[in-house]
Design a protein around this ligand. Structure first.
Ligand code: ATP
Ligand code: MG
Ligand code: MG
Ligand code: MG
Length: 473
């Protein structure tokens, strides 16, 4: 069966609508009334108010295709075939309504029935929590063969406190030719770190309350929340080697080819990583700005800045010297217009924001790169394995290089960055700004740093915050 991304999305939603679900809109990437989350990172993240009982939904059965951003996957982009910074999570949710014995046969029907996805059952593998006999039984009853059911201790969803429970994950076997590991590698199984067995769907049975006393009490109302990666499923339908060779990304990659000095996608690995970084990041940047976020030096804004600047450097590696990212916004809008018509409608605004940020960074990029290349050369001659914190801070402060960008660039040369030294230089700078501000009575300090840091007393890594929440599904 061949389906494009819009058809896959529609089919998933229609299946659950037929089973009594209400289709919920894809919510803003910027969380509403939720200070614990930097970005909406899953379907269920938009449904917390229903799951914790604060709000009773009109219909306890809901389905959605939710745009999600995960900063903990930034480094994976381009390196694995399956991770994006922004992706869509298809999901179906039961708030105290149906449970395992309904969702499992539905899942199997959607995946394997010719009327729906029509996947070959031989290609599907399912992991489940070893003690969860009920789930195993339900899968067997639905028609899964015993040797396609794999007990895995990791299949327990728990964020420390609150609703928790066993889960079950569905993997699609893309075939031995997709295996990036030696056949006897211990990671070469469904659930391991490999490209052969693609995790397409995660179904969580939240049935316990993890109490502050660290006990697990049965919940009075059991819930279901699930998440299926749209881009991954589309790669299966389009028989694409990775998520990138699909209708969701290819037009972007083609456009980047046009900007470059004759580089072509698919010719060599290092170039391909740059193509993928740009195609991935421009989607996140465009959607995030369209949802009201803006580039800045902290929090969400810093994530946008980091993605944008990383894309500019990726472009540079492909020989692109002119600002190009803003020109890609209409392409993102065109690709996504079926479900997100607002992106194309707001393309001018989004492009303007991107253009100004791009111009700003481009002005210092060459200076930054030559400093960076110079210290890398020095490190090579002296044999040090580390770029010192002061230099990383200068790259950040004077040339606008997010420290993660410096780290990545250095890592390609086998070097690390002195994080502690960087953080110390940052603190010192902030103290200087604060002292100046105090002396000035808060007036007259016009530096960028002051504007960007006025709400923040110290540098906080935002990644940790996200990692904590990354297991939400
Ligand atoms: P993985 O193990 O591949 O990182 P995950 O277990 O972290 O995935 P879940 O939290 O279970 O992912 O999210 C539900 C589904 O969303 C996954 O089964 C996968 O299909 C998809 N997904 C998760 N992270 C990403 C991502 N960064 N890019 C694209 N799809 C993703
Ligand atoms: Mg993950
Ligand atoms: Mg996983
Ligand atoms: Mg998972």
């Amino acid at each position: 069966k061949k389906l494009n991304s819009a058809q896959v999305r529609r089919m998933y939603l229609d299946f659950f609508i037929q089973h009594g679900h209400t289709e919920m809109p894809s919510r803003s990437l910027v969380p509403v009334d939720d200070p614990t989350l930097l970005w909406i990172n899953s379907g269920v993240a938009t449904m917390k108010k229903y799951f914790d009982g604060q709000v009773v939904p009109k219909n306890p059965r809901m389905t959605s295709s939710q745009k999600s951003i995960r900063t903990n996957d930034i480094e994976n982009v381009g390196k694995t075939a399956r991770h994006h910074t922004m992706f869509e999570m298809l999901g179906n949710f039961s708030v105290g309504d149906y449970f395992k014995d309904d969702v499992i046969p539905w899942a199997w029907e959607l995946l394997t029935s010719d009327e729906w996805f029509g996947f070959d059952p031989e290609r599907l593998y399912i992991t489940y929590y070893p003690k969860d006999d009920a789930a195993k039984k339900d899968w067997l009853k639905a028609g899964v063969k015993e040797d396609h059911l794999i007990p895995d201790q990791d299949n327990f969803w728990d964020i420390g406190q609150g609703p928790s429970g066993p889960d079950t994950e569905i993997f699609y076997d893309r075939g031995q030719e997709f295996n990036n590991l030696p056949e006897d590698d211990p990671e070469s199984y469904p659930g391991g770190e490999n490209e052969r067995y693609l995790e397409i769907w995660n179904i969580v049975f939240s049935q316990f309350n993890h109490t502050p006393e660290d006990t697990y009490e049965p919940l009075p109302h059991k819930n279901i929340d699930t998440g299926m990666g749209l881009e991954r499923v589309v790669s299966i339908f389009e028989n694409a080697p990775t998520n990138f060779e699909t209708d969701l990304f290819m037009p972007l990659i083609k456009q980047v080819e046009g900007f470059s000095d004759g580089k072509q996608y698919g010719k060599n690995k290092t170039d391909d990583i740059q193509f993928k970084i740009i195609a991935d990041h421009i989607r996140s940047i465009t959607f995030a700005i369209n949802d009201g976020a803006l580039p800045s030096n902290m929090g969400r804004g810093y994530v946008i800045r980091r993605l944008l600047r990383r894309s500019v450097v990726a472009g540079k590696k492909l020989g692109i010297d002119e600002p190009f990212l803003a020109k890609m916004v209409p392409t993102v809008g065109e690709i996504m217009k079926d479900y997100y018509p607002d992106v194309l409608e707001n393309a001018d605004y989004v492009a303007k924001v991107i253009k100004s940020e791009e111009d700003r960074f481009s002005a210092t990029l060459n200076g930054g790169l030559s400093l960076l290349n110079q210290v890398i050369e020095e490190a090579k001659t002296t044999g040090t394995k580390q770029i010192d914190g002061q230099t990383a801070f200068k790259l950040y402060d004077t040339y606008g290089f997010p420290v993660e960008l410096t780290e990545e660039y250095a890592a390609d040369e086998g070097l690390t960055v002195d994080d502690k030294g960087f953080a110390a230089a940052m603190t010192e700078q902030q103290n200087r700004a604060r002292n100046a501000r105090d002396m000035d009575n808060g007036m007259g300090v016009q530096t960028d740093l002051w504007t960007d840091f006025k709400d923040e007393s110290k540098y906080v890594g935002y990644t940790d915050l996200e990692v904590e929440n990354a297991k939400v599904i």
